[in-house]
Ligand binder design. Structure first.
Ligand code: ADP
Ligand code: MG
Length: 697
């Protein structure tokens, strides 16, 4: 084979080899990670449009994508908040409105009475019945004979300057020229066992479905061709993370194997004994620390399962062995909570803890950094300020990150670099209260070990959860009044009204005013994320001290706050929050010895689905169970804060729908381990743009 032929066979040609692709277009495509012809071939449609049949208007459901055809009855411009052109169509069975906000005189003229219009778009239930807003449409002077296509229309992710039609053409061109060379790397035994389609057939089907292909399964993402590709994609992500892990383990790390004297001392003063689950996880962490390569362990445990003390055990071991520890939290409030715990636990043992956040006054900050650099500071607690450039650790041996799903990739990478300054990579522990179902961790966390604290400390009374419409606010207020009169304390949470801190804060401020006016006999406090840290601290301290009875808050209190006497929590607009988040919030109560109650208020009407969602919280307090529901209903992004951590999105696999494939992934990994390592690399290259896109913690 000539060199050129080999090159072509790999499908790894630069894009410019394609007809009509110059430097400019290549640059545009590169923005979404398409660099080679192989990338184009693996640029998969994320959905299909079904124009294989015309849907009768009377059958349309709200939210349905459909092709319709109707005659124009009326067309007029409506003036209102936004000017729009309303075109009333009748298909002989029912009427539907096509609504255009952007239109010119020519378009308006073309849409006159008696014309036939075909539309493809999403049907919505509008103020005057069914409508389609800005559908793709075409006008016909007479009733057209056939407007349907034989096959589904693939829809690709696009980018500025490269529209749908162009993208479709490019993919097809690359595919026609190079698909013959897309070698199938799945182990033959796996292919045979599962009677999988060949890679080539699978790609053909998803890019260019044929008339005989099953439309419904393609639309649902369950076609064997899609399964075949999803399997390989999941496998690729798993392999990529495993490769990251192997790479990490090449680095040397401090071997931390102290007698454990400090930890023994702390245990004697704690006033409680660890649960079996906590003990087990401490042992796992001890084993990690004793290795000469850096450990990376995710410690999952439901709210209140006692993760902090487990982290303290590891921290004290590191300190005893002469290493520094960084403990990092995503918010000031949570960092503050850790600070209090660690001061109370570690300072009596003679361990020097320093505090560093971005909001610290310059002088104090310099003081802290100096101590960190000199090594005087044994444990540094704070927010992301801990790993800004000016902070240089003397001898960092362990990093503890709390609530990792809230951290961004950049921050985690910076932290990793910190440790490498000394040539030894620190061990890392990531604590998360949002349990990640096993299926997810196999694909997203294959680079780390996972421990579960799957047991709560004894004596906890489960929180009773009540779901009430906003209209019953009076009753709710009565509950608050009673609880506070009995000497207990309450939270009143006003969550997201808009995706904006400012508006959230405003809503909380207004609620606080209202409640202050209503409860003249109570002390009402307010915390939100836009307050000065000093003010926030003061309020929290007064709440902790029992001086404030009712604390109005935004979701800033979601993580970490620990006030055992607070036994009532009201959450407004609960329908807007994810289940896992509600569960976190609810975890702020039920920490003391009295029965706690959580009231989830919602704005009626709440659909069937919404009701069922909130019911799940009423029925269970098992974080895993709740996370599983969240995953099913809102996808992994919601659960893991994917947008923040930057985990790469999957192209065709769907972690929920394709869970059953994970067993096969495991099997395939096993088979591949027996084969040439380059095969694994090939699979990764095809599917995973860049390993760095993963949060390389
Ligand atoms: P989370 O896992 O939500 O971070 P924390 O570490 O804040 O939980 O622990 C919640 C509370 O439970 C704290 O007040 C902590 O001191 C206490 N706690 C932790 N472990 C135990 C235990 N084994 N027995 C009793 N109380 C415990
Ligand atoms: Mg915690």
């Amino acid at each position: 084979m000539t060199e050129k032929a080999q090159y072509i066979q790999s499908g790894d040609q630069p894009l410019t080899i394609l007809r009509g692709v110059g430097e400019k277009l290549a640059a545009q495509l590169a923005r979404i990670g398409i660099v080679s012809c192989q990338d184009l071939i693996f640029h998969l449609p994320f959905r299909y449009e079904d124009r294989t049949q015309v849907c009768p208007v009377y059958k349309l459901q709200h939210g349905q994508q459909a092709l319709i055809l109707g005659a124009v009855e009326t067309a007029h411009v409506q003036f209102g908040r936004r000017r729009s052109l309303l075109v009333r169509l009748n298909d002989g069975g029912a009427r539907i409105t096509m609504r255009l906000f952007y239109f010119n005189a020519q378009q308006q003229k073309a849409l006159e009475q008696g014309q036939w219009v075909q539309c493809y778009g999403e049907a919505r239930l509008g103020p005057n019945g069914m409508e389609m807003i800005h559908p793709e449409y075409r006008v016909h002077a007479i009733e057209p004979e056939s407007i349907t296509t034989d096959v589904l229309t693939p829809v690709y992710p696009t980018t500025d300057g490269v529209g749908q039609a162009r993208m479709r053409k490019l993919v097809n061109q690359a595919f026609e020229q190079f698909a013959h060379a897309t070698q199938d790397y799945l182990p033959p035994s796996i292919r045979q066992d599962l009677q999988l389609l060949s890679l080539d057939d699978a790609l053909h089907t998803v890019h260019a479905p044929k008339a005989e292909d099953d439309i419904n399964s393609l639309l649902n993402g369950t076609h064997p061709a899609q399964k075949r590709l999803a399997l390989e994609e999941l496998l690729a992500h798993h392999l990529a993370l495993r490769a990251n892990r192997e790479e990490r383990q090449q680095n040397p790390a401090p071997v931390i194997k102290p007698d454990g004297e400090l930890w023994q001392q702390l245990q004697r003063s704690l006033g409680f004994t660890l649960t079996d689950a906590q003990q087990r996880v401490v042992t796992e962490l001890e084993q990690d620390l004793a290795q000469a390569s850096p450990g990376l362990r995710l410690v999952q445990g439901d709210v209140g399962s006692g993760k902090t003390v487990v982290a303290a055990a590891a921290a004290l071991h590191a300190v005893e062995a002469g290493w520094q520890v960084a403990i990092m939290a995503p918010t000031e409030l949570l960092a503050e909570q850790h600070r209090r715990n660690f001061l109370a636990w570690c300072e009596p043992l003679g361990v020097n803890c320093v505090w560093l956040t971005g909001r610290l006054a310059a002088v104090k900050r310099r003081e802290a950094t100096t101590q960190i650099t000199s090594g005087e500071a044994q444990i540094a607690i704070g927010t992301h300020a801990l790993f800004q450039d000016e902070v240089e650790f003397h001898k960092l041996g362990l990093i503890v990150v709390d609530e990792q799903h809230r951290f961004g990739v950049g921050q985690r990478l910076a932290l990793k670099k910190k440790g490498e300054q000394q040539g030894l990579a620190p061990h890392q522990i990531i604590m998360s209260a949002t349990p990640i179902p096993r299926s997810l961790s196999m694909v997203y966390y294959a680079d780390m070990d996972v421990s579960n604290i799957d047991e709560l400390p004894p004596g906890r009374i489960p929180v009773q959860t009540v779901v009430l419409a906003n209209s019953r606010r009076d009753e709710v207020q009565q509950r608050v009044r009673l609880a506070c009169q009995e000497g207990r304390q309450a939270y009143w949470v006003c969550p997201l009204i808009e995706e904006s801190d400012a508006l959230q804060a405003q809503a909380a401020e207004e609620t606080a005013k209202l409640l202050t006016a209503q409860f003249t006999e109570l002390n009402v406090g307010l915390v939100h994320s836009r307050m000065k840290p000093k003010e926030k601290d003061t309020i929290m301290a007064r709440f902790r001290g029992g001086e404030i009875n009712l604390l109005v808050a935004t979701t800033v209190i979601e993580v970490g706050v620990d006030v055992p006497n607070a036994s009532l929590m009201i959450i407004e607009n609960a329908e807007r929050l994810g289940l896992a988040q509600l569960h976190q919030l609810r975890g702020r109560v039920g920490r003391g010895s009295s029965q706690s109650v959580c009231v989830l208020m919602y704005q009626a009407p709440l659909g069937q689905k919404g009701k069922k969602r909130l019911d799940i919280l009423r029925q269970t307090s098992d974080g895993f169970e709740i996370a599983r529901h969240d995953l099913e209903q809102r996808g992994p992004g919601e659960l893991m804060g994917t947008r923040q951590t930057g985990e790469q999105a999957l192209k065709i696999a769907n972690i929920v729908r394709d869970q059953a494939l994970l067993l096969t992934v495991e099997k395939a990994v096993h088979e591949l381990d027996q084969q040439d390592v380059r095969i694994k690399q090939k699979i990764i290259e095809r599917w995973v743009k860049s390993k760095d896109q993963y949060a390389q913690v």
